[in-house]
Design a protein around this ligand. Sequence first.
Ligand code: NAD
Ligand code: UDP
Length: 328
Amino acid sequence: MKRVLVTGAAGFLGSHICERFLNENFKVLGMDNFITGSTNNVAILSKHQNFEFIEHDVSNFIKVEGEIDYILHFASPASPIDYLKIPIQTLKVGSLGTHNLLGLAKAKKAVILVASTSEVYGDPLVHPQKENYFGNVNPIGPRGVYDEAKRFQEAMTMAYHTFHGVETRIVRIFNTYGPRMRLNDGRVLPAFIGQALRGEDLTIFGDGMQTRSFCYVDDLINGIFKLLFSNYNFPVNIGNPNEITINDFAKEILKLTKSDQKIIYKPLPENDPLKRKPDIELANTILNWKPKIHREEGLKLTYDYFCSLSKEQLYKKDHQNFKSYNKF
Ligand code: NAD
Ligand code: UDP
């Protein structure tokens, strides 16, 4: 049996990745420090006999006994609210954490895939975004801690491939949604659904004319699998090109949740990208991948998940682990 290490295993995407590998008959070692992750996700995975878990901050040296065939590095705060609250941790996990994992991949002769992001394109001046676009990032703006950590991650990963011959893959993930997102993580979909479920007004930042393109988690994970088992070392966009304004997205959520709350407008956060849409021609050509799940279907699946949460989860405001990490 092949063995895979997944960092960020207690998080939204990491937990889905672990589950997919377990279903495909791999041994899975999950690693996480729970800074934005959930012990519930690990409890679900731990029911599986081929799942092991180590609580560890990957920005510190990583020691793993035994062989590892694949590494998927998904540890990192991912929502703007999260990485604004823990900026130094965010910079460290994208840089030092990635360096540690590349070193581990080299020592274990493992294939490593790192989770990059559409944020490497910043507030893009090219639309839709193709992999050969270098981006428009403000390094010292509020999003710089995330965007630059991810850009460094890509540079370090390419260097390990070029200079050490490590088998590397880089996935540039565009806005992805689905069950197990944290209702209070600040990203637009859980924010709107949480507001609708609590009977609050929906908050749109800016004039709502900014766009995003939302991909359902199962489609993303299919793309990541295909990329991992390909032999392609350069970055690949994985996302759903179906673009929508945040205004129209809010209307879709009101319809889905059968709510009649008002929409209220708040200031647009600094450097919030005005448009985002992946060009997925490369993934289509080299991986024969494209998303299959339409937003209407994906939103329904996600809404059903949020409806199954307890009242306590619905009203929880902040993440418990932030305070203990703020000192770094
Ligand atoms: P998430 O916050 O749900 O999960 C991240 C996980 O990483 C959490 O469980 C957290 O505790 C863990 N973590 C953070 N720092 C760590 C550290 N130093 N050591 C160990 N564990 C640590 O976020 P997510 O949406 O699942 O994102 C996962 C990855 O995918 C991130 O790297 C993110 O940048 C990338 N990504 C996600 C999206 C998206 O739309 N969800 C888009 C682009 C990129
Ligand atoms: N957004 C919003 N209201 C919210 C949360 C987010 O209007 O309550 C906007 C946000 O300003 C951005 C878009 O929705 O323009 C997507 O935000 P998200 O945090 O989900 O992801 P990102 O900006 O990283 O794509």
